[in-house]
Design a protein around this ligand. Sequence first.
Ligand code: ADP
Ligand code: MG
Ligand code: ZN
Length: 468
Amino acid sequence: MSRSDYDVVIGLEIHAELNTNTKIFCGCPNKFGVDPNTNCCPVCVGMPGALPVPNKRAVELTIKAGLAVGSTINDMAVFERKNYFYPDLSKAYQISQLVKPICLGGGITLDSGKFIRLNRIHLEEDAGKLIHSFDETEIDYNRGGVPLIESVTEPDISSADEALEFLTKLRNRFVFSDVAKCRMEQGGMRCDVNLSVKRKDSNTLGTRTEMKNLNSFKAVARAIEYEANRQMDALDNGEVILQETRKWDDERGISFSLRTKTDSQDYRYFPDPDLLSIRIDRELVNKLQAELPLSQEARREKYEQTYGLPGADAEVLSNSKVVSDFFDDCVKLLPEYKEVANWVMTEILKLDVSEEVPVTPANLVSIIKMMLDKKITRQNAKELLAKVLETGEDAEVLAKKMDMLSSISDTDIETLIDKLIAENEKAVADYSKTPDKVTQFFIGQVMRATRGKADGSKVKAIIESKLG
Ligand code: ADP
Ligand code: MG
Ligand code: ZN
């Protein structure tokens, strides 16, 4: 049969590490990139007798995640033990949520108008990390107990493109609502792909396979293409698809079977006797809803509709949360939307803003203000920004230090030009032949004498009126 006789059916399970200061059930810091096994305690490695205490912030961020994608927030949620053995899980069970997750339903609309339903978002703890080298495996338990939300979609996704669009939009919802940083390169967001194929004329879903822990969007897309083709080939050859967990090997561009899953594995879930069920009152939900930062889409619309910026500017400025927050802070201080937008898009976006903008909104705004007030020229404003970036000092203090602040009045400039004209007879005589060159010469002289403080266009106008 041809490829067009098949439908591809995909459901995603997306894990995202929450933006909390501490882990989910203990006081260990939630941070990435410290020495292995230095960030653990009896609770997060599961020593006998150690008691977990739920992190309230983690529960709140899970509620916010749900609100950001239109989920219903349950009045009560229950932590359950998911029992299995794997070396990265020292307790031999993971605390998760099964029957009563915090969020139910919700979803995201793709650009095509298609709605991808979410089944649930639940809160759980992350496991440690196995580090494989060619002849041994080491374990780092630092990540164990990091709060994690798992978002599970219904099998509504039909292609790699739809999967990528969904993931991008979901990530943006979480990032823009301050729920999670979703840094895939640090393992802060990981995705499992469940995929089956079925004949278009069939109403029942095919048997699915699951590929776990894909850690880049590109890997997700490649794994989907590969697996869809593998399953269609198998069906074409009259083979049956086994329900199995497969491992995607990004280097080789193939997936292979890890284990077959005869029906669903028995994790012997049961409510964790060390933890009370979580009661979520409506007041808290309403408060979190009211505090929810604007989504990326809402920001883009605000920039266009309320600030009157061109669509292209609105798109660029709302592209990243870091830049969008920075821009919002700047225009709060100085509501010159287009001028500030131009500075952010040209001068700020050429810097590394992946983590944060390396200048404060107050400093950038003070530079722009000095320029708009004609205290410094546009050229000097750019030099000043470079110096602020280099030293981190206050822009106004630096402007004074660098002697940029213009104390030259228009009459001072005129007097200076009169003097220069008197001193440069030859240049004056050449004006009728090469006016541009002579004007440039005088502008240069004025700038040198004023150390760049004069306004170039004004100087040009005065010279032309005197010589022309
Ligand atoms: P499990 O409990 O085994 O993880 P779930 O019912 O929770 O199974 O489903 C896990 C994911 O698999 C969900 O994202 C769901 O949409 C997806 N899924 C379920 N059945 C299929 C199928 N036949 N084809 C593709 N995806 C599926
Ligand atoms: Mg699952
Ligand atoms: Zn701990």
